[in-house]
Design a binder for this molecule. Sequence first.
Ligand SMILES: [Zn+2]
Length: 217
Amino acid sequence: MNPQKLLVFGGHPDDPESSCGGLIANAVAAGHTAHCLYGTNHRVGYTYFGRPEKEVRSAEAVAACKILGATWEFLDYPEHLEVNPETRRRVADVIAAYAPHIVVAHWPVDTHPDHRSVGILAFEAYLLHRSYAFYFFEVMTGRQSIRFTPSHYVDISAVAETKRAAVMCHLSQTPDAIWVDHEIMHRFRGRECDVERAEAYLRVDREPGGLLPGMVF
Ligand SMILES: [Zn+2]
């Protein structure tokens, strides 16, 4: 596979890592490039450990990206991300500037409003560009993603420890609980495709190529 540029767009610090950390680690190990884009990173006026939430959560995401071997970018919006003309234009421009081969974003049927907005903004940008493969990911399925039906699976068995280490960077977010939920998903998705642990994705485009590193067939 020629080197690919993968862009993972999540609502918050911890979403790209918990949903796609295995995919990102697989991609980097295979010589591809991965970029994590974060839609929001704070609530106005909130703190963790006596520091502004924005500072804490951004630093946690940077630490996680370094473990995964990804680069990072913050749109820096506060929680309650809106789908409006400004965010549509900004997201489309940021994705175009990275010039990805593959974009992966939240499945928009989700209990968290920021996840819904990111999924819709990413899908609308894809419809505008149609120049890359486009997939949805799932996060905390059953609690957040709802009625997610995968079309493709990625074997993350060999990189599960790297993914776990990235999730554990999010000390402000009870990372043990995030990992427990995602481990249930890894095992269940793995059972569906006959590997130990897997992540699941739903592909939207029908173009040739655009395959995910570690994809199970
Ligand atoms: Zn989130």
